[in-house]
Design a protein around this ligand. Sequence first.
Ligand SMILES: CC(C)(COP(=O)(O)OP(=O)(O)OC[C@H]1O[C@@H](n2cnc3c(N)ncnc32)[C@H](O)[C@@H]1O)[C@@H](O)C(=O)NCCC(=O)NCCS
Ligand SMILES: Nc1ncnc2c1ncn2[C@@H]1O[C@H](COP(=O)(O)OP(=O)(O)OP(=O)(O)O)[C@@H](O)[C@H]1O
Length: 197
Amino acid sequence: MIRLALTGLIGMGKSTVAAMFARHGVPVFDADAAVHALQGVGGSTVAPIEARFPGTTRDGAVDRARLAAAVLGKPDELAALEAIVHPAVLLARESFVAAHRDSPALLFDIPLLFETGGERAFDKVIVVSSPAELQRRRVLGRPGMSEAKLAAILERQTSDADKRARADFVVDTSGSLAATEAQVEQILACLSLAQGA
Ligand SMILES: CC(C)(COP(=O)(O)OP(=O)(O)OC[C@H]1O[C@@H](n2cnc3c(N)ncnc32)[C@H](O)[C@@H]1O)[C@@H](O)C(=O)NCCC(=O)NCCS
Ligand SMILES: Nc1ncnc2c1ncn2[C@@H]1O[C@H](COP(=O)(O)OP(=O)(O)OP(=O)(O)O)[C@@H](O)[C@H]1O
């Protein structure tokens, strides 16, 4: 089984590229989605988050806008949150691998791959990249996003240049979706996963 990691700064197009791999039959683990599930009703991180950040949960789930206000731009607080969340994500990832034991390839969409030293667990790293101005336009168009929030998130993410330098493959998302898809197909062909992955 080939383990592929997919990373890139916020808004570079990770989710879009991951969906393209999924359409080609590669099961995808989405770390952000796992974080959200673990912070939802019944999620294992809700109680420890309420204990460490009182008032950031309601009706049994994390209120992420409140939690974001409590941690973003505050490195020590964000580190405390990550210490609760990351081990739980790792457990979810292990369950995902166990459930897809027979798949020739798996893709893991992990925004903080390099920041957490996680790349060692993967055979190949794919970095999604586009010019900063395009990234800003895509991200600032989202509901609930602001210049300040974007800056606080980027503070915790290593630069695009650093990520690209450490990649096995770079997917440039500055063109059309078809152009992005062609790059995904090229990677699959290169890894001999073009059919029946
Ligand atoms: C800070 C929180 C409350 C903000 O929630 P919100 O719904 O507003 O944003 P969302 O989760 O959709 O993330 C928005 C963007 O920020 C990135 N991001 C999230 N957490 C972090 C972090 N600790 N450091 C850098 N970037 C982060 C995400 O990858 C995404 O690109 C939430 O993201 C969280 O609990 N983060 C801690 C867990 C974590 O480290 N996640 C990173 C992926 S494993
Ligand atoms: N050629 C392209 N390739 C990828 N995405 C594109 C392209 N052209 C436009 N887009 C758009 O750019 C946006 C990229 O957002 P996406 O959610 O995929 O990024 P992300 O890196 O997963 O973000 P986050 O870090 O917040 O999870 C999407 O709205 C997508 O439709």
